[in-house]
Design a protein around this ligand. Structure first.
Ligand code: G4P
Length: 530
């Protein structure tokens, strides 16, 4: 337990939201509080604007920015905070899901006007799979939003999580007057501010809501409304049980306005108090405790070099236990090979620094010349791999067609490396040798086509295939599985690790096959094969 002190001061989390809810703005305010940046506007929005679907410069820009802001490490009140960035664009959702495997908790930003949106739902599903503790930030209270109680009900119903308000807003939009902190029992009046000082000028301690100071500050009508609301909240929500939050059952809720830096500090203060420190993680053989002396970690993201002359990449590794050290040999479990790293990076808000060591919760950038795949585990010699880093079924499938037979080798290498990075999934059809690329969004096909040409000199095009879902197959009876694959050759393929996959044209076909083949198990994520 040599490293307990280091671990107890680390919090690793991600901010997630539907695009435009305010993730970038909130990130920036956090960094201001952490002293990692000095001026507002320093964090560039990393989203690809909607019109930029075919704007490759925009894709390149995105790649450049996202490396710089992939992990932002800053200190706040003695706590070392690792904030992992997630891409906003829905076509990069898979990237976001993987990043969520490397965090210990999340802050979910919801736009008070739009409420729960498509991406919010999908992101929460991923959080629920891992029981990730969630704090909710209801943003844009300076705009006329939905009724607060309705909004909470909508979030609870749609995201299937119980909520617990930590602050309560007084009106919204032009009438927004501030928030009452239900736990610290104080009132913060709304002021638009972009500063990051510990500015408590507009905070009034009101431990008893019958205090006439409340009427003086917000007016009699709003004071009466707040008293009524709080009575209702106390009755419905009771006390926050910290272990329910840590188990992912209850999400504390804060109201505020990120752009006005309002309600952000309250949340950050609560975050450093209640958010979990690095926890134990499951592996293929045993549970690995964060406090263990021996090092272990896994790769959750791989980023290609922007310079096509240098094909090296950066692999992002989450440290799960022990101490990672520069120049020390560690064991790459999948390749059964010992490796050391002379230039491991840590990520500050705006720059990368070579580090000597890192502890559980930290994210280290490793130069990679092609040794890593997403999900790879490094240890001090023990053979196990971390579980819970699944690949989900893609949503769009296309055949990869080589336009230049002279460049077949380059194409093969390129597509292999791009799929190792997790840009897309590669399936090879049984019987033929058709290469099938599966992605979450159309944009990724454009990225692949562009990068194959730019980085590998290989020209390709795509032919749309009529599949809607990939299911990984297992069976207790190898014969039955082999029969099925032979019989369904047109719909059968193997993934990059040679696992059999069934490609279904529609839900109807999928259900029919599931019903007709009780000896075969259809899995909706690749986890089963790890
Ligand atoms: P995202 O990363 O989740 O996609 O959202 P981002 O922070 O980029 O915010 C999306 C838009 O919402 C931005 O406006 C931002 O200024 C605005 N915004 C963020 N927080 C608040 C808030 O509390 N109140 C209001 N009214 N607006 C907020 P934009 O016009 O798209 O961009 P910009 O030109 O302001 O940068």
């Amino acid at each position: 337990m040599k490293y307990e002190k280091e671990i107890s001061r680390r919090k690793t989390f991600a901010i997630i939201s539907h695009p435009d809810a305010g993730k970038t703005t909130l990130t920036e305010k956090f960094l201001l509080f952490g002293g990692a940046i000095q001026v507002a506007g320093a964090v560039k929005s990393n989203k690809i604007k909607k019109h930029a679907t075919s704007d490759f410069m925009e894709i390149e820009r995105q790649r450049g920015i996202s490396v710089a802001t992939s992990v932002m490490t800053f200190e706040y009140k003695g706590i070392s905070i690792n904030l992992l960035d997630t891409p906003g664009h829905k076509d990069f959702a898979e990237d976001t899901y993987r990043t969520l495997t490397a965090v210990d908790s999340v802050i979910l930003v919801i736009d008070s006007v739009n409420g729960v949106e498509a991406q919010t739902r999908r992101l929460m599903e991923v959080c629920r799979m891992r029981d990730t503790p969630v704090i909710v930030f209801i943003n844009k209270m300076d705009r006329d939003g939905k009724n607060r109680f309705d909004l909470l009900e909508e979030i609870e119903n749609e995201l299937k999580i119980s909520l617990h308000p930590m602050t309560w807003p007084i009106n919204s939009g032009k009438e927004f007057k501030g928030v009452y902190n239900l736990h610290d029992k104080n009132l913060r009046l709304f002021t638009a501010s972009t500063k990051a000082e510990d500015d408590d000028e507009d905070v009034y301690s009101i431990s008893n809501l019958s205090d006439t100071l409340l009427d003086a500050k917000v007016g009699e009508r709003d004071a009466a409304q707040l008293r009524e609301d709080v009575e209702l909240i106390d009755g419905v929500y009771g006390q926050l049980n910290a272990s329910d939050y840590l188990e992912g059952k209850i999400a504390p809720v804060f109201f505020g306005s990120a752009v006005n830096n309002f309600g952000v500090k309250e949340m950050l203060d609560a975050f450093i108090q209640i958010a979990p420190i690095p926890k134990s993680r499951e592996t293929s053989t045993r549970t690995v405790a964060a406090e263990e002396d021996k090092f272990s970690g896994f790769i959750f993201k791989i980023h290609a070099n922007l310079d096509p002359k240098h094909r090296d990449r950066i692999a992002f590794m989450r440290v799960c236990s022990g101490k990672f050290e520069r120049n020390k040999y560690f064991h790459h479990v999948r390749l059964d090979k010992d490796m050391r790293f002379s230039n491991p990076y840590s990520f500050m808000a705006r720059s990368k620094d070579v580090i000597e060591d890192a502890f559980a919760g930290d994210v280290v950038g490793l130069f990679d010349t092609g040794n890593f795949k997403i999900g790879d585990t490094l240890t001090e010699g023990e053979d196990f791999y971390f579980v819970g880093i699944p690949t989900f079924s893609p949503e769009i499938f296309k055949e990869l067609v080589n336009k230049d037979p002279m460049k077949t080798k380059q194409m093969e290498k390129g597509i292999s490396q791009l799929t190792d990075e997790g840009v897309a999934q590669l399936f090879t059809q049984f019987g033929g040798n058709k290469k099938i690329i599966g992605c979450v969004g159309e944009l990724q096909f454009e990225v692949i086509q562009y990068r194959l040409l730019q980085e590998y000199g290989a020209a390709c095009e795509f032919r749309t295939l009529p599949f809607y879902k990939a299911c990984w197959l297992t069976s207790k009876s190898p014969e039955k599985l082999a029969d099925f694959l032979r019989y369904k050759q047109q719909n059968s393929a193997e993934d990059k690790d040679a696992n059999p996959v069934y490609l279904a044209q529609s839900e109807w076909f999928l259900n029919t096959e599931i019903n007709n083949n009780p000896d075969i198990v259809f899995h909706f994520s690749s986890e089963i094969h790890k």
